[in-house]
Design a protein around this ligand. Sequence first.
Ligand code: UD1
Ligand code: CA
Length: 456
Amino acid sequence: MSDLVAVILAAGKGTRMKSNLPKVLHKIGGKPMLEHVLQAAETSGATKKIVVVGFGSEKVEEFLGDRAKIVLQKEQLGTGHAVLQAGALLEDFVGTVLILCGDTPLLEGSELKNFYDLHKASGAAASVLTASTTNPTGYGRILRGAEDEVLGIVEEKDASTEQKAICEINTGIYCVEAPLLFNVLKTLTCDNAQGEYYLTDILLKLREQGEKIGGIITKDFDMIMGINSRRQLAEAEVIMRTKILNKLMDDGVTIMDPASTFIEATVEIGRDTIIYPFTWLEGTTKIGTDAIIGPNVRLTNVEVGNKTQLQFLYGHDCRVENNVTVGPYVHLRPDTVICDNVKIGNFVEVKNSNVGIGTKLPHLTYIGDSDIGSGVNMGCGCITVNYNGKKKYRTTIEDDAFVGCNSNLVAPVKIGQGSYVGAGSTITKDVPANGLGVGRGRQVNIEGWAEKYRNS
Ligand code: UD1
Ligand code: CA
Protein backbone atom coordinates (compact mmCIF):
# COMPACT_ATOMS: atom_id res chain seq x y z
CA MET A 1 0.00 0.00 0.00
CA SER A 2 1.22 3.53 -0.73
CA ASP A 3 2.50 5.93 1.89
CA LEU A 4 -0.31 8.47 1.65
CA VAL A 5 -4.01 7.80 2.00
CA ALA A 6 -6.66 10.56 2.05
CA VAL A 7 -9.67 10.37 4.34
CA ILE A 8 -12.35 12.91 3.44
CA LEU A 9 -15.05 13.72 5.98
CA ALA A 10 -18.42 14.17 4.34
CA ALA A 11 -20.96 12.72 6.76
CA GLY A 12 -22.17 15.90 8.43
CA LYS A 13 -25.60 17.30 7.76
CA GLY A 14 -24.39 20.84 7.40
CA THR A 15 -27.07 22.11 9.78
CA ARG A 16 -26.16 25.72 9.14
CA MET A 17 -26.88 25.34 5.41
CA LYS A 18 -30.58 24.70 6.25
CA SER A 19 -30.80 22.31 3.31
CA ASN A 20 -32.14 18.87 2.39
CA LEU A 21 -29.09 18.36 0.19
CA PRO A 22 -25.96 17.10 1.98
CA LYS A 23 -23.62 20.06 2.43
CA VAL A 24 -20.76 18.55 0.41
CA LEU A 25 -23.01 18.29 -2.67
CA HIS A 26 -23.72 22.01 -2.76
CA LYS A 27 -22.02 23.40 -5.83
CA ILE A 28 -19.21 25.88 -6.22
CA GLY A 29 -17.93 26.79 -9.67
CA GLY A 30 -20.61 24.49 -11.06
CA LYS A 31 -19.34 21.37 -9.25
CA PRO A 32 -20.14 19.84 -5.86
CA MET A 33 -17.75 20.92 -3.11
CA LEU A 34 -16.76 17.28 -2.66
CA GLU A 35 -15.61 17.10 -6.29
CA HIS A 36 -13.11 19.90 -5.69
CA VAL A 37 -11.80 18.18 -2.55
CA LEU A 38 -11.47 14.85 -4.38
CA GLN A 39 -9.47 16.54 -7.11
CA ALA A 40 -7.18 18.18 -4.56
CA ALA A 41 -6.68 14.79 -2.87
CA GLU A 42 -5.81 13.23 -6.22
CA THR A 43 -3.21 15.90 -7.06
CA SER A 44 -1.71 15.67 -3.57
CA GLY A 45 -0.37 12.24 -4.45
CA ALA A 46 -2.74 10.20 -2.28
CA THR A 47 -3.30 6.93 -4.08
CA LYS A 48 -6.26 5.83 -2.05
CA LYS A 49 -9.24 7.99 -1.11
CA ILE A 50 -11.75 7.09 1.55
CA VAL A 51 -14.86 9.22 1.95
CA VAL A 52 -16.84 9.05 5.19
CA VAL A 53 -20.52 9.45 4.36
CA GLY A 54 -23.55 9.75 6.65
CA PHE A 55 -26.29 12.33 6.19
CA GLY A 56 -27.84 11.81 2.75
CA SER A 57 -25.37 8.99 2.12
CA GLU A 58 -27.27 7.60 -0.91
CA LYS A 59 -26.90 10.91 -2.73
CA VAL A 60 -23.24 11.27 -1.81
CA GLU A 61 -22.51 7.65 -2.79
CA GLU A 62 -24.29 8.09 -6.09
CA PHE A 63 -22.16 11.13 -6.81
CA LEU A 64 -18.93 9.32 -5.83
CA GLY A 65 -19.49 6.18 -7.93
CA ASP A 66 -16.18 4.36 -7.85
CA ARG A 67 -14.05 7.49 -7.43
CA ALA A 68 -13.32 6.60 -3.78
CA LYS A 69 -13.80 3.94 -1.14
CA ILE A 70 -16.80 4.71 1.01
CA VAL A 71 -17.41 4.16 4.72
CA LEU A 72 -20.63 4.92 6.51
CA GLN A 73 -20.80 6.90 9.74
CA LYS A 74 -24.28 5.94 10.88
CA GLU A 75 -24.56 8.63 13.52
CA GLN A 76 -22.75 11.93 13.23
CA LEU A 77 -21.00 11.90 16.56
CA GLY A 78 -18.19 14.25 15.58
CA THR A 79 -15.14 14.56 13.34
CA GLY A 80 -13.02 12.19 15.50
CA HIS A 81 -15.70 9.51 15.33
CA ALA A 82 -15.95 10.07 11.56
CA VAL A 83 -12.23 9.40 10.95
CA LEU A 84 -12.40 6.33 13.18
CA GLN A 85 -14.91 4.76 10.77
CA ALA A 86 -12.18 4.68 8.08
CA GLY A 87 -10.05 2.50 10.41
CA ALA A 88 -11.71 -0.69 9.21
CA LEU A 89 -10.36 -0.08 5.68
CA LEU A 90 -6.87 0.76 6.92
CA GLU A 91 -6.19 -2.00 9.44
CA ASP A 92 -2.83 -3.02 8.02
CA PHE A 93 -1.88 0.40 6.74
CA VAL A 94 1.43 1.84 7.86
CA GLY A 95 1.93 5.31 6.47
CA THR A 96 0.40 8.79 6.56
CA VAL A 97 -3.29 9.55 6.62
CA LEU A 98 -4.17 12.92 5.08
CA ILE A 99 -7.42 14.04 6.71
CA LEU A 100 -9.57 16.48 4.72
CA CYS A 101 -13.05 17.94 5.12
CA GLY A 102 -15.53 17.78 2.27
CA ASP A 103 -16.56 21.38 2.93
CA THR A 104 -13.29 23.11 1.93
CA PRO A 105 -13.72 23.35 -1.86
CA LEU A 106 -11.03 25.95 -2.54
CA LEU A 107 -8.24 23.57 -1.55
CA GLU A 108 -5.48 22.94 -4.04
CA GLY A 109 -3.60 19.67 -4.40
CA SER A 110 -0.20 21.36 -4.65
CA GLU A 111 -0.70 22.92 -1.21
CA LEU A 112 -1.59 19.52 0.24
CA LYS A 113 1.48 17.94 -1.30
CA ASN A 114 3.66 20.66 0.17
CA PHE A 115 2.02 20.11 3.58
CA TYR A 116 2.64 16.35 3.37
CA ASP A 117 6.31 16.89 2.42
CA LEU A 118 6.83 19.27 5.36
CA HIS A 119 5.08 16.85 7.71
CA LYS A 120 7.34 14.01 6.57
CA ALA A 121 10.46 16.15 6.89
CA SER A 122 9.51 17.22 10.43
CA GLY A 123 9.31 13.66 11.71
CA ALA A 124 6.11 14.50 13.62
CA ALA A 125 3.50 11.84 14.39
CA ALA A 126 0.78 14.34 13.58
CA SER A 127 0.73 17.76 11.89
CA VAL A 128 -2.12 20.18 11.49
CA LEU A 129 -2.33 22.73 8.69
CA THR A 130 -3.09 26.12 10.22
CA ALA A 131 -3.78 29.63 8.92
CA SER A 132 -3.75 33.16 10.28
CA THR A 133 -6.79 35.33 9.86
CA THR A 134 -8.20 38.55 11.23
CA ASN A 135 -11.60 36.90 11.57
CA PRO A 136 -11.19 33.51 13.24
CA THR A 137 -14.88 33.19 14.18
CA GLY A 138 -16.19 29.65 13.85
CA TYR A 139 -12.82 27.92 13.56
CA GLY A 140 -10.90 25.92 16.15
CA ARG A 141 -7.97 27.96 17.59
CA ILE A 142 -4.40 26.69 17.68
CA LEU A 143 -2.84 26.69 21.14
CA ARG A 144 0.92 27.20 21.15
CA GLY A 145 3.42 27.03 24.04
CA ALA A 146 6.30 29.26 25.11
CA GLU A 147 8.53 27.92 22.34
CA ASP A 148 5.84 28.25 19.76
CA GLU A 149 5.24 24.50 19.83
CA VAL A 150 1.68 23.31 19.15
CA LEU A 151 -0.04 22.23 22.34
CA GLY A 152 -3.47 21.45 20.94
CA ILE A 153 -6.63 22.90 19.43
CA VAL A 154 -9.61 24.42 21.21
CA GLU A 155 -12.99 24.65 19.48
CA GLU A 156 -14.65 28.06 19.48
CA LYS A 157 -17.56 26.81 21.58
CA ASP A 158 -15.15 25.56 24.25
CA ALA A 159 -12.74 28.49 24.11
CA SER A 160 -12.18 31.09 26.80
CA THR A 161 -12.36 34.79 25.86
CA GLU A 162 -8.55 34.88 25.70
CA GLN A 163 -8.42 31.81 23.49
CA LYS A 164 -11.07 33.28 21.20
CA ALA A 165 -8.69 36.18 20.52
CA ILE A 166 -6.15 33.78 18.96
CA CYS A 167 -5.93 34.39 15.24
CA GLU A 168 -4.22 31.14 14.18
CA ILE A 169 -6.94 28.68 13.22
CA ASN A 170 -7.33 24.98 12.47
CA THR A 171 -7.96 24.42 8.76
CA GLY A 172 -9.31 20.93 9.51
CA ILE A 173 -6.49 19.37 7.44
CA TYR A 174 -4.06 16.99 9.11
CA CYS A 175 -1.33 14.45 8.36
CA VAL A 176 -1.27 11.71 10.97
CA GLU A 177 0.77 8.51 11.01
CA ALA A 178 -1.12 5.22 11.04
CA PRO A 179 -1.65 2.99 12.98
CA LEU A 180 -1.06 5.57 15.75
CA LEU A 181 -4.04 7.61 14.48
CA PHE A 182 -6.61 4.87 14.92
CA ASN A 183 -5.28 3.91 18.35
CA VAL A 184 -5.57 7.46 19.68
CA LEU A 185 -9.03 7.95 18.10
CA LYS A 186 -10.33 5.06 20.19
CA THR A 187 -9.41 6.97 23.36
CA LEU A 188 -11.42 10.15 22.53
CA THR A 189 -14.22 11.26 24.81
CA CYS A 190 -17.07 13.67 24.17
CA ASP A 191 -16.99 15.81 27.29
CA ASN A 192 -17.11 19.17 25.49
CA ALA A 193 -19.59 21.91 24.65
CA GLN A 194 -21.00 20.03 21.63
CA GLY A 195 -20.94 16.53 23.15
CA GLU A 196 -18.98 15.29 20.11
CA TYR A 197 -15.88 13.20 19.55
CA TYR A 198 -13.55 15.97 18.35
CA LEU A 199 -10.80 15.01 15.94
CA THR A 200 -8.96 18.08 17.17
CA ASP A 201 -8.37 16.39 20.54
CA ILE A 202 -5.94 13.85 19.06
CA LEU A 203 -3.13 16.41 19.04
CA LEU A 204 -3.24 16.96 22.79
CA LYS A 205 -3.58 13.22 23.41
CA LEU A 206 -0.63 12.33 21.17
CA ARG A 207 1.46 15.00 22.87
CA GLU A 208 0.56 13.55 26.25
CA GLN A 209 1.74 10.19 24.94
CA GLY A 210 5.10 11.78 24.18
CA GLU A 211 4.63 11.92 20.42
CA LYS A 212 5.88 14.85 18.37
CA ILE A 213 3.11 17.05 16.96
CA GLY A 214 3.44 20.04 14.67
CA GLY A 215 1.59 22.93 13.06
CA ILE A 216 2.37 24.14 9.57
CA ILE A 217 1.02 27.54 8.55
CA THR A 218 -0.44 28.08 5.10
CA LYS A 219 -0.27 31.60 3.68
CA ASP A 220 -3.40 31.32 1.61
CA PHE A 221 -6.36 31.63 3.95
CA ASP A 222 -8.89 31.69 1.10
CA MET A 223 -7.79 28.25 0.02
CA ILE A 224 -8.73 26.53 3.25
CA MET A 225 -12.02 28.35 3.80
CA GLY A 226 -14.62 26.00 5.28
CA ILE A 227 -18.21 26.37 4.04
CA ASN A 228 -20.82 26.12 6.77
CA SER A 229 -23.52 28.50 5.54
CA ARG A 230 -25.03 29.81 2.32
CA ARG A 231 -23.29 33.12 2.89
CA GLN A 232 -19.93 31.39 2.98
CA LEU A 233 -20.95 29.40 -0.12
CA ALA A 234 -21.47 32.70 -1.95
CA GLU A 235 -18.18 34.11 -0.64
CA ALA A 236 -16.29 31.05 -1.82
CA GLU A 237 -17.99 31.24 -5.20
CA VAL A 238 -16.67 34.78 -5.68
CA ILE A 239 -13.15 33.70 -4.68
CA MET A 240 -13.21 30.74 -7.06
CA ARG A 241 -14.72 32.79 -9.89
CA THR A 242 -12.16 35.55 -9.46
CA LYS A 243 -9.33 33.00 -9.64
CA ILE A 244 -10.70 31.49 -12.85
CA LEU A 245 -11.27 34.89 -14.49
CA ASN A 246 -7.85 36.19 -13.43
CA LYS A 247 -6.18 33.16 -14.99
CA LEU A 248 -8.08 33.68 -18.26
CA MET A 249 -7.15 37.38 -18.31
CA ASP A 250 -3.51 36.48 -17.59
CA ASP A 251 -3.67 34.15 -20.60
CA GLY A 252 -4.91 36.91 -22.94
CA VAL A 253 -8.70 36.90 -22.74
CA THR A 254 -10.54 40.24 -22.29
CA ILE A 255 -13.26 40.08 -19.67
CA MET A 256 -15.13 43.37 -19.70
CA ASP A 257 -16.97 42.95 -16.42
CA PRO A 258 -15.72 40.15 -14.15
CA ALA A 259 -18.55 40.81 -11.69
CA SER A 260 -21.16 39.69 -14.22
CA THR A 261 -19.18 36.91 -15.90
CA PHE A 262 -19.49 33.28 -14.80
CA ILE A 263 -16.99 30.83 -16.24
CA GLU A 264 -16.36 27.33 -14.94
CA ALA A 265 -12.83 26.06 -14.39
CA THR A 266 -13.26 23.47 -17.14
CA VAL A 267 -13.82 26.08 -19.88
CA GLU A 268 -11.03 26.95 -22.34
CA ILE A 269 -10.82 30.29 -24.18
CA GLY A 270 -8.29 31.38 -26.80
CA ARG A 271 -6.32 34.63 -26.96
CA ASP A 272 -7.87 37.97 -27.85
CA THR A 273 -11.36 36.70 -27.37
CA ILE A 274 -13.58 39.31 -25.70
CA ILE A 275 -16.20 38.33 -23.17
CA TYR A 276 -18.99 40.89 -22.77
CA PRO A 277 -21.07 41.15 -19.57
CA PHE A 278 -23.69 38.63 -18.43
CA THR A 279 -22.01 35.64 -19.98
CA TRP A 280 -22.12 32.11 -18.55
CA LEU A 281 -19.71 29.52 -19.92
CA GLU A 282 -20.09 26.03 -18.54
CA GLY A 283 -18.96 22.42 -18.75
CA THR A 284 -16.70 21.47 -21.63
CA THR A 285 -17.21 24.74 -23.50
CA LYS A 286 -14.18 25.63 -25.58
CA ILE A 287 -13.83 28.93 -27.44
CA GLY A 288 -11.25 29.83 -30.06
CA THR A 289 -9.26 33.02 -30.60
CA ASP A 290 -10.53 36.51 -31.53
CA ALA A 291 -14.14 35.58 -30.76
CA ILE A 292 -16.66 38.00 -29.29
CA ILE A 293 -18.98 36.36 -26.79
CA GLY A 294 -21.86 38.22 -25.16
CA PRO A 295 -23.52 40.16 -23.90
CA ASN A 296 -26.04 37.72 -22.45
CA VAL A 297 -24.71 34.43 -23.70
CA ARG A 298 -24.99 31.09 -21.93
CA LEU A 299 -23.04 28.18 -23.40
CA THR A 300 -23.03 24.70 -21.90
CA ASN A 301 -20.67 22.18 -23.54
CA VAL A 302 -20.35 24.21 -26.73
CA GLU A 303 -17.34 24.31 -29.03
CA VAL A 304 -16.84 27.71 -30.65
CA GLY A 305 -14.30 28.46 -33.37
CA ASN A 306 -12.13 31.51 -34.05
CA LYS A 307 -13.54 35.00 -34.83
CA THR A 308 -17.09 33.89 -34.11
CA GLN A 309 -19.48 36.44 -32.62
CA LEU A 310 -22.35 35.38 -30.39
CA GLN A 311 -24.79 37.63 -28.59
CA PHE A 312 -27.98 37.07 -26.59
CA LEU A 313 -28.23 33.32 -27.01
CA TYR A 314 -28.36 29.98 -25.24
CA GLY A 315 -26.37 27.13 -26.75
CA HIS A 316 -25.84 23.66 -25.40
CA ASP A 317 -24.05 20.50 -26.54
CA CYS A 318 -23.33 21.81 -30.02
CA ARG A 319 -20.56 23.21 -32.21
CA VAL A 320 -20.26 26.62 -33.86
CA GLU A 321 -17.26 26.88 -36.17
CA ASN A 322 -15.20 29.87 -37.37
CA ASN A 323 -16.26 33.39 -38.31
CA VAL A 324 -19.92 32.74 -37.58
CA THR A 325 -22.27 35.45 -36.31
CA VAL A 326 -25.25 34.44 -34.20
CA GLY A 327 -27.91 36.41 -32.40
CA PRO A 328 -29.66 38.11 -30.86
CA TYR A 329 -32.28 35.77 -29.32
CA VAL A 330 -31.17 32.40 -30.62
CA HIS A 331 -31.40 28.89 -29.20
CA LEU A 332 -28.81 26.38 -30.42
CA ARG A 333 -29.78 22.92 -29.22
CA PRO A 334 -27.92 19.61 -28.92
CA ASP A 335 -26.23 17.89 -31.85
CA THR A 336 -26.10 20.97 -34.01
CA VAL A 337 -23.10 21.92 -36.11
CA ILE A 338 -22.92 25.44 -37.52
CA CYS A 339 -20.13 25.61 -40.11
CA ASP A 340 -17.78 28.49 -41.02
CA ASN A 341 -19.13 31.89 -42.10
CA VAL A 342 -22.78 31.12 -41.30
CA LYS A 343 -25.01 34.04 -40.29
CA ILE A 344 -27.87 33.43 -37.90
CA GLY A 345 -30.05 36.40 -37.01
CA ASN A 346 -32.80 37.00 -34.51
CA PHE A 347 -35.36 34.53 -33.15
CA VAL A 348 -33.90 31.38 -34.67
CA GLU A 349 -33.84 27.89 -33.15
CA VAL A 350 -31.64 25.09 -34.49
CA LYS A 351 -31.80 21.50 -33.21
CA ASN A 352 -29.99 18.32 -34.23
CA SER A 353 -29.01 19.86 -37.57
CA ASN A 354 -26.02 20.66 -39.74
CA VAL A 355 -25.82 24.12 -41.28
CA GLY A 356 -23.26 24.35 -44.10
CA ILE A 357 -20.62 26.97 -44.88
CA GLY A 358 -21.86 30.50 -45.51
CA THR A 359 -25.54 29.65 -45.14
CA LYS A 360 -27.88 32.37 -43.86
CA LEU A 361 -30.75 31.93 -41.40
CA PRO A 362 -31.42 35.62 -40.91
CA HIS A 363 -34.71 35.75 -38.98
CA LEU A 364 -37.55 33.88 -37.27
CA THR A 365 -36.74 30.33 -38.35
CA TYR A 366 -36.98 26.83 -36.86
CA ILE A 367 -34.50 24.27 -38.15
CA GLY A 368 -34.97 20.80 -36.63
CA ASP A 369 -33.46 17.46 -37.73
CA SER A 370 -32.10 19.00 -40.92
CA ASP A 371 -29.05 18.88 -43.13
CA ILE A 372 -28.53 22.21 -44.83
CA GLY A 373 -25.76 22.59 -47.39
CA SER A 374 -23.56 25.60 -48.01
CA GLY A 375 -24.63 28.94 -49.47
CA VAL A 376 -28.29 28.36 -48.64
CA ASN A 377 -30.60 31.29 -47.88
CA MET A 378 -33.61 30.63 -45.68
CA GLY A 379 -36.11 33.47 -45.83
CA CYS A 380 -37.81 34.97 -42.82
CA GLY A 381 -40.27 32.72 -41.01
CA CYS A 382 -39.26 29.34 -42.53
CA ILE A 383 -39.99 26.16 -40.65
CA THR A 384 -38.75 22.61 -41.08
CA VAL A 385 -41.81 20.60 -40.10
CA ASN A 386 -40.01 17.66 -38.52
CA TYR A 387 -42.64 16.05 -36.31
CA ASN A 388 -46.03 14.52 -37.12
CA GLY A 389 -46.99 13.90 -33.50
CA LYS A 390 -45.51 10.39 -33.58
CA LYS A 391 -42.15 10.42 -35.35
CA LYS A 392 -39.48 12.87 -36.36
CA TYR A 393 -38.16 13.12 -39.93
CA ARG A 394 -35.20 14.86 -41.55
CA THR A 395 -35.17 17.69 -44.05
CA THR A 396 -32.36 18.05 -46.58
CA ILE A 397 -31.62 21.38 -48.25
CA GLU A 398 -28.82 21.14 -50.77
CA ASP A 399 -26.13 23.73 -51.56
CA ASP A 400 -27.16 27.16 -52.86
CA ALA A 401 -30.91 26.58 -52.51
CA PHE A 402 -33.10 29.61 -51.81
CA VAL A 403 -36.14 29.07 -49.61
CA GLY A 404 -38.64 31.93 -49.83
CA CYS A 405 -40.12 33.58 -46.75
CA ASN A 406 -42.73 31.89 -44.59
CA SER A 407 -42.32 28.41 -46.08
CA ASN A 408 -43.01 25.10 -44.37
CA LEU A 409 -40.80 22.19 -45.43
CA VAL A 410 -42.72 19.09 -44.38
CA ALA A 411 -40.20 16.31 -43.67
CA PRO A 412 -39.07 13.94 -44.97
CA VAL A 413 -38.35 16.21 -47.88
CA LYS A 414 -35.41 17.31 -50.03
CA ILE A 415 -34.84 20.73 -51.58
CA GLY A 416 -32.44 20.13 -54.48
CA GLN A 417 -29.22 21.96 -55.19
CA GLY A 418 -29.62 25.48 -56.51
CA SER A 419 -33.42 25.26 -56.44
CA TYR A 420 -35.94 27.88 -55.31
CA VAL A 421 -38.96 27.56 -53.06
CA GLY A 422 -41.66 30.19 -53.62
CA ALA A 423 -42.50 32.34 -50.61
CA GLY A 424 -45.40 31.10 -48.51
CA SER A 425 -45.12 27.51 -49.76
CA THR A 426 -45.94 24.36 -47.87
CA ILE A 427 -43.57 21.88 -49.47
CA THR A 428 -44.50 18.22 -49.13
CA LYS A 429 -42.68 16.81 -52.18
CA ASP A 430 -39.01 16.95 -53.10
CA VAL A 431 -37.96 19.97 -55.20
CA PRO A 432 -35.57 19.01 -58.05
CA ALA A 433 -32.13 20.59 -58.38
CA ASN A 434 -32.27 24.01 -60.07
CA GLY A 435 -36.10 23.83 -60.13
CA LEU A 436 -38.79 25.89 -58.45
CA GLY A 437 -41.18 24.49 -55.88
CA VAL A 438 -44.33 26.44 -55.21
CA GLY A 439 -46.95 25.03 -52.87
CA ARG A 440 -49.63 27.64 -52.16
CA GLY A 441 -53.09 28.70 -53.28
CA ARG A 442 -53.10 30.88 -56.42
CA GLN A 443 -54.00 34.51 -55.94
CA VAL A 444 -57.33 35.70 -57.31
CA ASN A 445 -58.04 39.45 -57.86
CA ILE A 446 -61.66 40.62 -58.10
CA GLU A 447 -62.02 44.07 -59.67
CA GLY A 448 -64.25 46.58 -57.82
CA TRP A 449 -64.98 44.13 -55.00
CA ALA A 450 -64.21 46.60 -52.17
CA GLU A 451 -66.47 49.33 -53.46
CA LYS A 452 -69.39 46.91 -53.68
CA TYR A 453 -68.66 45.63 -50.21
CA ARG A 454 -68.60 49.11 -48.66
CA ASN A 455 -71.91 50.06 -50.25
CA SER A 456 -73.74 46.84 -49.41
C1 UD1 B 1 -14.03 21.70 12.14
C2 UD1 B 1 -12.95 21.64 13.24
C3 UD1 B 1 -12.42 23.05 13.51
C4 UD1 B 1 -11.86 23.61 12.21
C5 UD1 B 1 -12.90 23.58 11.09
C6 UD1 B 1 -12.23 23.93 9.77
C7 UD1 B 1 -13.53 19.79 14.77
C8 UD1 B 1 -14.12 19.40 16.05
N1 UD1 B 1 -13.53 21.09 14.45
O1 UD1 B 1 -15.07 22.50 12.66
O2 UD1 B 1 -11.41 23.01 14.48
O3 UD1 B 1 -11.42 24.94 12.44
O4 UD1 B 1 -13.45 22.26 10.95
O5 UD1 B 1 -13.15 24.09 8.73
O6 UD1 B 1 -13.04 18.93 14.04
N2 UD1 B 1 -18.26 15.53 9.74
C9 UD1 B 1 -18.48 14.18 9.66
N3 UD1 B 1 -19.05 13.54 10.72
C10 UD1 B 1 -19.37 14.19 11.86
C11 UD1 B 1 -19.14 15.58 11.94
C12 UD1 B 1 -18.58 16.23 10.84
O7 UD1 B 1 -18.19 13.54 8.64
O8 UD1 B 1 -19.85 13.53 12.78
C13 UD1 B 1 -17.65 16.20 8.56
C14 UD1 B 1 -18.55 17.27 7.95
O9 UD1 B 1 -19.33 16.72 6.92
C15 UD1 B 1 -17.55 18.28 7.42
C16 UD1 B 1 -16.33 18.09 8.30
O10 UD1 B 1 -16.50 16.86 8.98
O11 UD1 B 1 -17.19 18.00 6.07
C17 UD1 B 1 -16.19 19.22 9.31
O12 UD1 B 1 -17.36 19.27 10.12
P1 UD1 B 1 -17.99 20.64 10.57
O13 UD1 B 1 -19.19 20.34 11.38
O14 UD1 B 1 -18.14 21.54 9.42
O15 UD1 B 1 -16.83 21.17 11.55
P2 UD1 B 1 -16.53 22.65 11.95
O16 UD1 B 1 -17.48 23.07 13.00
O17 UD1 B 1 -16.42 23.50 10.75
CA1 CA C 1 -16.79 23.21 8.59
